[in-house]
Design a binder for this molecule. Structure first.
Ligand SMILES: Cc1cc2nc3c(=O)[nH]c(=O)nc-3n(C[C@H](O)[C@H](O)[C@H](O)COP(=O)(O)OP(=O)(O)OC[C@H]3O[C@@H](n4cnc5c(N)ncnc54)[C@H](O)[C@@H]3O)c2cc1C
Length: 441
């Protein structure tokens, strides 16, 4: 008996593929499966701190932007849990990440097409498109949606350090600092580092007495959450950005870095207030040393301690610190997952070797066959700073779902622009003509 190929297979069931699975739920004619390697749904468990806030509106959930009546919305979750009125009464400026993670888990567990404990080992080509190899079996698929997330990044100088005392923040809640740690260094200047510092400052019963916060940024810089910056997290901007030449896109990404990668103003304010109280009133608890503008370039084990060397960007002086442990908030990197290695040569690359991804999130394919490969969170260079964020996940899933279904089922057309990124909407375009000299000074 010949196997019927799947119309779509998803690799990974984090928020981005869950959004796609949620939109396609109930499409009885579509054969879709999503494979997740973890045994149960989890959303960055190592950083699910009790007080951590979502940096996006909870309306930017898995579905609402393109399917507001879907049963998989955040509002449906609140109603199903009898929490609707209390949630409104609580009047959160931003909701807890814990609650959003629970919402994501709730949706994941309701979607029969999502299978957990199923790592995809390898993808190869076959006559139907792709063959997806799992541990015990393999399935074929005409289309693939890859959303396997980002991997934690450790600096080169941290590669050989003992993991029980020097680890990435993605493991923060999954590990316990050894009990003899008095002095800890937190390295990094993004949201995760601020959340770790806040949490360490709250550990008033531990032996921890000093917390060093080193960042290579010249200050503890805020995430820009103002309205015109938020325009960069809209379909209209993504479309404009995607159409730009590669060098222009690279230039803009560097300029817009802090719009997606700073510390939320709410966290900065809370942190400053805790530091103020600790400095002026609290006799108990660890002291924090804030060290911005420090490039850590070497860390050497020294007995049970570390000697940490950093160059001060303001003074140029090389500073040395002794610490008992290091928490490395040194970011995440997206890359094609290892399971795509057998087909990776068929994905067209840009001049930096990054996958070229079209406006419908389809990888430009140079290989044989008719299979279509969608890549999520692998094309910030093509789609802009919203790509790794939750903000547009429902819209992007809608774009992919429309392509998979072969019809515009979800409303994904960009709404009329408030800001005219491209050509002005009026007749004020100055065009050089043969009989008019135009000078652009
Ligand atoms: C701590 C933290 C907090 C964040 N908070 C926000 C926020 O508040 N707002 C915001 O907009 N963005 C936030 N982000 C950014 C972004 O929203 C998240 O990283 C989001 O989880 C990305 O979703 P994803 O589905 O691409 O990846 P992931 O959530 O990483 O999910 C990918 C999944 O793929 C699975 N997988 C990988 N390889 C395989 C394989 N071979 N086979 C099967 N399964 C596989 C993994 O197990 C994983 O479950 C945050 C990021 C972090 C790290």
């Amino acid at each position: 008996m010949t196997e019927t190929p799947h119309d779509l297979v998803g690799i990974g069931a984090g928020p981005f593929n869950l959004a796609l699975a949620a939109l396609l739920d109930g499409e009885s004619k579509l054969r879709a499966r999503f494979f997740e390697r973890k045994a149960v749904f989890e959303w960055h468990p190592g950083m699910l701190l009790p007080e951590a806030k979502l940096q996006t509106s909870c309306l930017k959930d898995l579905v609402t932007a393109v399917a507001p009546t879907s049963p998989h919305s955040f509002l449906a979750y609140l109603v199903a849990h009898g929490r609707f009125y209390q949630h409104l009464a609580a009047d959160f400026a931003s909701i807890d990440r814990r609650e959003f993670a629970d919402y994501l888990r709730w949706v994941a567990e309701r979607l029969p097409q999502v299978s957990f404990g199923q790592p995809v080992r390898e993808v190869t080509l076959c006559s139907e498109g792709f063959r997806v190899h799992l541990d015990a079996t393999s399935v074929s698929a005409r289309q693939l949606s890859v959303a396997t997330g980002c991997a934690p990044v450790l600096p080169d100088w941290a590669a050989q350090l003992p993991r029980e005392r020097a680890y990435h923040n993605s493991e923060y809640l999954l590990r316990t600092l050894p009990t003899d740690v008095h002095r800890v260094a937190v390295v990094g200047g993004g949201q995760s580092s601020a959340e770790v510092i806040l949490d360490l400052l709250g550990k008033t019963h531990s032996k921890l007495s000093e917390i060093l916060w080193l960042s290579n940024r010249t200050n503890f810089a805020p995430l820009d959450e103002t309205p015109f910056t938020n325009e960069l997290f809209t379909p209209a901007w993504v479309e404009t950005f995607h159409a730009l030449p590669e060098n222009e896109r690279n230039h803009l990404l560097a300029l817009q870095h802090l719009a997606g990668d700073g510390i939320s103003p709410q966290t900065l304010r809370e942190l400053y207030q805790v530091l103020y109280r600790r400095h002026h009133f609290d006799a108990q608890g660890a002291r924090a040393h804030l060290l911005p503008g420090r490039d850590v370039f070497s860390v050497e084990p020294s007995g049970r301690q570390f000697r940490l060397f950093a160059r001060n960007r303001l003074t140029g002086v090389c500073e040395q610190q002794h610490v008992d442990a290091l928490i490395l908030c040194t970011g995440y990197r997206s890359a094609l997952p290892a399971c795509l290695a057998p087909i990776a040569e068929h994905i067209a690359r840009d001049s930096h070797g990054r996958p070229q991804v079209d406006a419908h999130f389809q990888a430009r394919w140079t290989g044989p066959g008719t299979g279509r490969l969608y890549l999520q969170n692998l094309s910030t260079h093509n789609h802009g700073i919203a790509e790794p964020q939750l903000s547009l996940m429902a819209w992007r899933a809608g774009v992919i779902a429309n392509a998979v279904l072969g019809e515009p089922r979800f409303p994904t057309t960009a709404t009329p622009e408030l800001v005219h990124w491209g050509e002005p909407a009026s007749e004020q375009v100055l065009r050089p003509s043969a009989n008019r000299a135009v000078s652009y000074k």
